[in-house]
Design a protein around this ligand. Sequence first.
Ligand SMILES: [Zn+2]
Ligand SMILES: [Zn+2]
Length: 350
Amino acid sequence: MIAATYTQNAGYKIQDIPIPAIGDDELLVRVMASSICGTDLRIIQSGQRKLRDGQRVVLGHEFAGVVAQAGPKAADLFPIGMRVGVAPNIGCSRCSMCAKGLFNMCPDYSAFGINMDGAHAEYVRIPHASIQQGSVFPLPPDMPFVHAALIEPLSCVVNGNRSVSIQPGETVLIFGAGPIGLMHAMLARHSGAGTVAVIDTQPDRLDQAARVGIEHLIDPGRCDVAETVMRLTEGRGADVIITACSVPAVQEQSLGLLAPFGRVCFFGGLPKDRPCIRVDANLIHYKNLVVTGVTGGAPCHFRTALGLILDGSVDVSSVVSHTFDMNDMASAFEKALHGQAMKVVIQRQP
Ligand SMILES: [Zn+2]
Ligand SMILES: [Zn+2]
């Protein structure tokens, strides 16, 4: 089968590899759509610490497909032909985070496309632990697979959204108008935010934000961000800020833009070689701020994300800029690595 693989310290490759064999209690899913994530690109560009030198992994953790083979102990729940989406993190099943179902927080988690074979391939093996941990979700027959592949990134956005408890009427500021930033903007609106503003340095990304109905677009190259935010909020500052980018200066700036009792979620991680920021801690003290962050999502967020897509609350199709046929996976990666793409999705013609 065709697969996009990454080998630690040897780079990525589109190659032909054997279709995975499955055990009695496992599934083989025929991948119908998989989307390329910034995480895939980061692995290609700088490796993955969970991989040993020379270890090869099939990339891809945002996907949906159809059960192609089911082991006898898995077929009752997930028969051949069932359409499924899969939350990609698998926990150790023994720690306090796993006890809460927060497999993304397990200190010893595994994940598709990270340290086990993922879904930028014709088929993906679903291990028993995924089934057991409630990470395999049946999908309704009319849900497009391209939308279903985006349940996973939206699940991470749901996790971030919950961490800042947006209240009706609040002002929400989102740094970064990439796919994640736009999903945050749409979800903030759904959470009842009164004013949603998106900040990005790329005009075409702001245009895309305008197309999904975000009315306040801020280009830091053309105006003063602090001044604009204060004008929008009558001098109070934003109630909530979400940083959907990996820029240390944005995190530093965010605290000064918050209103009293404001909350900021550092959604995007910082580059590994520049993880430190300088902040005025008295802003947190005097304004009673909450500074938080999230990483990934858990099956509970995945379930919520699925519902938000199905009921039309978040239009994930609006963040898809390119789709490529599975036979043209190389072009998909080319576009994601070098183009100014939003979300790039690889799909198989039914
Ligand atoms: Zn992702
Ligand atoms: Zn665990």
